[in-house]
Design a protein around this ligand. Structure first.
Ligand code: ADP
Length: 671
């Protein structure tokens, strides 16, 4: 292939613009990204070579070399990994294949501050080189291809790049950054080593740099590493040394790892700029032995709700990287967890198919799930200050330090304070995904139910657990009441809630899309049934006094003829029409039969283009309401009946099947 110029895919161009304009506050991460790519490339070679040892050619060493040339203002990262063919260079460096990245780019607003926060949740990978370089040259040859099939890729990071075929004997890739004038300090061994130690120390592959020594330098001040010697400066010796420790952090003892190291490792594997919310690190012994180091991120990624999204746990076998996104290691509803599992019991050439069937993997999956749930339970327990330490019931997370008393020991106090508010933070980001577990993970259903939090008719914050709710239940209350709706406002103002409000009964408000589906799997909590206030007839049981019951029965009796007429008028729309005691201010509302699909879920499914049964709801009318009283004998009976029905639908966020007919009817009455 002779030299040709190609344009970047539009998204790449956008990303590049952002990288060069917004990421200058944390420039040095480019090195982590490029070393990580180099290391991935070596991992890929090792993996492919399990089935084709010829790929090693006659150079089995896998390593990364970092070199620089202050005179030429270049910095080069070279690996002996899998390399790229010319087509791969075009595809991988010129387009964004990953849907998550595309989504990300589509969310950019052009507002630099907001965008750079967004990018914090996101790795920019190769393109981060352009933070410090105004031109990048990549030379590569794919393992197993001929020396004449090398490729050179050059770009200034604007709209396009050049590619051409070159002769390249060495397998693998070298990425040369032509440093910007304000980034020349990266052409320094001292600087590079300190960045490598910070971000890439655990990389199990050796990272090499050429040794330097002082030339004609007088040692002026030995304690000053950088400026201690004078003229002549450092000169290269031609000898290369390993600059990373290379021992996988998870294989070390906990006591030897600082929390900064845990955090750095997390950032490295997750490409997240923010520190994790929590982590758990354990060596598990028994019939299956493995090490797990699992992290909870602080922020949800863009594509959290994509269940097809790759999992975040990397699998190693005896410290040899096997695969990314090993989804068999954790259930889908925990897909936000990042980390590493290293097992000595799996074969090195384990495939994804094999993973699905392995008994060891099943044991690891169960173990990891339990650990993550345990970690969440700990956070939940410490989310608010322990009652003993708090000033009565006013333990808020806003300023916890003001309510800590001497009840706790110093260490417990510190621990409690450090974790206050973390679970709320976690839940705001990932709660909706956790709920999927009710349907997915039968064995842990009860533990998961304990971890759920909701807003309720008495609290705006999403903070009420089923246990909290139970503790506040009224005497004689036999069910946990909830309502599902599209938005918190719709839930809170739903006519169905009226009688509950009047009687001071708390109702949980469920407004996540997944709620309705997830609750199908949870019939009760700790022996108390869950009851949707929009399903079936309300039976407040012991909460209703005798007078109310009697009035309701009488109303049902006197309304019989009217109900029959309404039923006839609405026979295409309503399954049934009955008198209810659940309404106070509204004339009517819609409910579905006890085990029917809610109208809200049916609507959501239809919006998503999925098959949904035609739910015919039951119309319930408030016998006390003037509008209902007026119906009998009205010359507009038919119009009023339809309006009553359509308004009930509107009140719960639905739309009349024939909106124009609705408007016509209302207008006719208005006139
Ligand atoms: P990511 O690494 O997250 O996939 P990057 O933008 O960093 O995204 O890299 C894009 C792709 O370019 C990689 O997936 C890989 O296929 C290829 N690539 C980057 N660096 C190298 C390298 N050193 N060796 C081989 N391939 C590479």
């Amino acid at each position: 292939m002779t030299k040709k110029t190609l344009s970047f895919q539009a998204e790449v161009a956008q990303l590049l613009h952002l990288v060069t304009h917004s990421l200058y506050s944390n420039k040095e991460i480019f090195l982590r990204e490029l070393i990580s790519n180099a290391s991935d490339a070596c991992d890929k070679l090792r993996y492919e070579a399990i089935n084709d040892s010829g790929l090693y050619e006659d150079a089995p060493t896998l390593e990364v070399r970092v070199s620089f040339d202050p005179a030429a203002k270049t910095l080069t990262i070279t690996d002996t990994g899998i390399g790229m063919s010319a087509q791969e260079a075009i595809d991988h460096l010129g387009t964004i294949a990953k849907s998550g990245t595309k989504d990300f780019v589509s969310k950019l607003s052009g507002d630099q501050k907001a965008d750079s926060q967004l990018i914090g949740q996101f790795g920019v990978g190769f393109y981060s080189g352009f933070i410090v370089a105004d031109k990048i040259t990549v030379e590569s040859r794919r393992a197993g291809m001929k020396a004449s099939e090398g490729v050179r890729w050059i770009s200034g990071g604007a709209g396009d790049f050049e590619v051409e075929t070159i002769e390249r004997a060495a397998r693998g890739t070298s990425v040369t950054l032509h440093l910007r004038d304000d980034a020349l300090d990266y052409a320094s061994a001292w600087k590079l080593k300190s960045i490598i130690a910070k971000y890439s120390d655990h990389i199990s592959l050796p990272i090499l740099m050429e040794k330097e020594e002082w030339k004609d330098g007088e040692l002026i001040n030995p304690s000053d590493e950088k400026g201690g010697r004078q003229p002549g400066g450092m000169v290269k010796t031609g000898e290369w040394e390993t600059v990373n420790k290379g021992n996988a952090i998870w294989a070390r003892a906990k006591k030897d790892i600082t929390s900064e190291q845990y955090t750095e490792f997390y950032k490295q594997i997750s490409h997240d700029f923010e520190a994790p919310l929590a982590y758990t690190h354990n060596r598990v012994e028994g019939s299956t032995e493995y090490t797990q180091l699992l992290y909870l991120p602080s922020k949800a990624p863009m594509d959290l709700f994509n269940r097809e999204k790759s999992a975040g746990v990397k699998l190693y076998v005896k410290r040899v990287f096997i695969m990314d996104d090993a989804e068999a290691l954790l259930p889908t509803y925990l897909r936000f967890v990042k980390g590493v599992v290293d097992s000595a019991d799996l074969p090195l050439n384990v495939s994804r198919e094999l993973l699905q069937e392995s008994r060891d993997v099943k044991a690891i999956r169960e173990g990891c799930t339990k650990r993550v749930l345990g970690m969440l339970e700990d956070l939940a327990k410490n989310d608010k200050l322990p009652a003993a330490a708090a000033d009565g019931a006013s333990a808020t997370v806003s300023d916890p330090s003001t309510v800590v008393t001497d009840v706790l020991s110093e260490t417990d106090k510190a621990e409690a304070l450090a974790n206050v508010g973390k679970y709320s933070k976690f839940y705001a980001e990932f709660g909706a995904v956790l709920k999927e577990g009710l349907g997915e993970d039968y064995a842990n259903k009860d533990r998961l139910a304990q971890l759920l939090r909701f807003a309720s008719s008495s609290t705006d914050t999403v903070s009420v657990s089923f246990a909290d709710y139970k503790a506040r239940m009224k005497d004689g209350q036999e069910a946990i009441y909830y309502i599902t709706a599209d938005t918190p406002a719709a839930a809170k103002n739903s006519p169905q809630l009226e009688v509950f409000k009047k009687k001071g009964i708390e109702v949980l408000l469920m407004t996540d899309r997944v709620d309705e589906w997830a609750l199908n799997y949870l019939q009760d909590f700790d022996g108390t049934p869950l009851q949707s206030v929009a399903k079936g007839a309300v039976d407040l049981g012991k909460l209703q006094d005798d007078a109310e019951k009697k009035a309701a029965e009488e109303a049902a009796e006197t309304f019989k003829p009217l109900l029959a007429k309404l039923k006839e008028a609405l026979k295409d729309k309503a399954e049934d029409v009955r008198v209810t005691t659940r309404l106070v201010d509204s004339p009517a509302c819609l409910v579905v039969q006890d085990h029917g699909m809610s109208t809200q879920l049916a609507r959501m499914l239809k919006q998503a283009g999925q098959a949904a049964p035609d739910v015919k709801p039951v119309l319930e009318v408030n016998a006390e309401h003037p509008l209902v009283k007026k119906l009998d004998g009205s010359v507009h009976f038919n119009d009023l009946a339809h309006i009553l029905f359509d308004q009930a639908l509107l009140a719960e966020g639905g739309l009349p099947a024939d909106p124009a007919a609705y408007v016509k009817r209302v207008n006719a009455l208005l006139v």
